[in-house]
Ligand binder design. Structure first.
Ligand SMILES: Nc1nc2c(ncn2[C@@H]2O[C@H](COP(=O)(O)OP(=O)(O)O)[C@@H](O)[C@H]2O)c(=O)[nH]1
Ligand SMILES: [Mg+2]
Length: 342
């Protein structure tokens, strides 16, 4: 063995060992190990990614046993406050709850993470809770992959519920729908106004709408808003086969309606497991994840390809000037891509 090869071998041995140790610690529910694991998952460094994969592979067998809940809503709808109340209720009942925040806006507005942390202060202190703010960088697709892998690590560490908070900004909702079992949207009173600005499509992604802040002077209006949503939902396609999308009210401040949201989610899960809709969705989600990753990687490999890079601009110019059909241009680029691979 050359000196270099030996160095490489030792490095690999070491990282394998530490990945194994990490895997073991996670299975023991060690919170520090889980934090470390997520840091590895979120890192873009090649050697971190490799270690993350070594660690995740054996964890797979222990994953999948939680209920994954997505929470969306416009900023200010009360998501963090809701998660605090809901999470505490469940933690007090002995469930172990992990909260992951997928907040693409936090890259732009760094303050939101801090804000959320303070709002979930009590939950964060609970021995049964684990709170992890969103990755601070990456594309939507990248965040997606990392969050999914983080879910696996949290499940292997024994968390019964994984709550994913997202910001209602259109694109992130379908991403989160693709990784959760139950999707809840928090809304504010005055459905009319909000519905105008909201794409109908979002209502077809969620399993329930909760009109939050149904307390004090706002209670009456909240009840009215709930009814308006219920009427609209009747006209739309439900997100989950065999489940009618529900409209409810709740207050994260007084706690009203929070317990019944939990009963609703339990009911949803039981129904889905009996009919197998629950498992079918999970299977479809994993397939989608695989296909999305293949697509990402192919695209990257195509655009990073040297030969493709050399001819791409001139071919594109020909297309724009009407000298070449788009199909022919694609054929030429693919030929360059494939020739060089052989
Ligand atoms: N009255 C009332 N205020 C609430 C309720 N839930 C949240 N809030 C307030 O609404 C504001 C936004 O809440 P936050 O949880 O940060 O919303 P997020 O941006 O959706 O995470 C905060 O000032 C909360 O105190 C509620 O149920 N009732
Ligand atoms: Mg929040």
């Amino acid at each position: 063995m050359t000196k270099h090869a030996r160095k490489k071998f030792i490095k690999k041995e070491r990282s394998e060992q530490s990945a194994k140790q990490l895997t073991k610690a996670i299975l023991n529910g060690n919170r520090k190990a889980l934090f470390k694991a997520i840091t590895l998952i979120e890192s873009n460094a090649q050697h971190h990614q490799e270690r993350a994969q070594e660690m995740l592979q054996p964890l797979l067998a222990y994953a999948g046993r939680s209920i994954r809940i997505g929470i969306t809503g416009v900023p200010g709808a009360g998501k963090s406050t809701f998660i605090e109340a809901f999470g505490k209720l469940l933690c007090d009942q002995g469930y172990r709850v992990a909260v992951l925040a997928v907040d693409p806006s936090s890259t732009v507005n760094g303050g939101s993470i801090l804000g959320d942390k303070t709002r979930m202060e009590e939950l964060a202190k609970h021995e049964n809770a684990f709170i992890r703010p969103s990755p601070s960088s990456g594309t939507l697709g990248g965040v997606h992959k990392k969050t999914r892998e983080t879910i696996i690590a949290c499940e292997a560490a024994g968390f019964d519920l994984i709550i994913i908070e997202t910001v209602g900004i259109g694109q992130s909702e379908s991403v989160v729908r693709g990784m959760v079992d139950f999707f809840l949207m928090l809304v504010l009173t005055g459905a009319g106004d909000e519905l105008q600005g909201m794409k109908k499509g979002v209502l077809e992604l969620v399993d329930a709408i909760a009109v939050n802040k149904a307390d004090g002077d706002n209670l009456k209006l909240a009840i009215k808003t709930r009814r308006e949503y219920a009427q609209i939902l009747h006209l739309l396609r439900p997100a989950t086969i065999g489940w009618e999308t529900k409209a409810v009210t709740c207050s994260s401040l007084t706690g009203d309606g929070i317990e019944s949201i939990w009963s609703m989610i339990q009911n949803f899960t039981e129904l889905g497991k009996t009919s197998s809709v629950f498992y079918d969705r999970r299977n479809a989600q994993v397939s989608e994840w695989l296909h999305a990753m293949i697509k990402d990687r192919l695209e990257l490999s195509f655009y990073q390809h040297e030969k493709v890079g050399e001819i791409r601009n001139s071919i594109e110019a020909d297309v724009i000037q009407g000298k070449l059909t788009v199909t022919k241009a694609t054929d030429q680029l693919f030929r360059a891509y494939q020739d060089n691979k052989k």
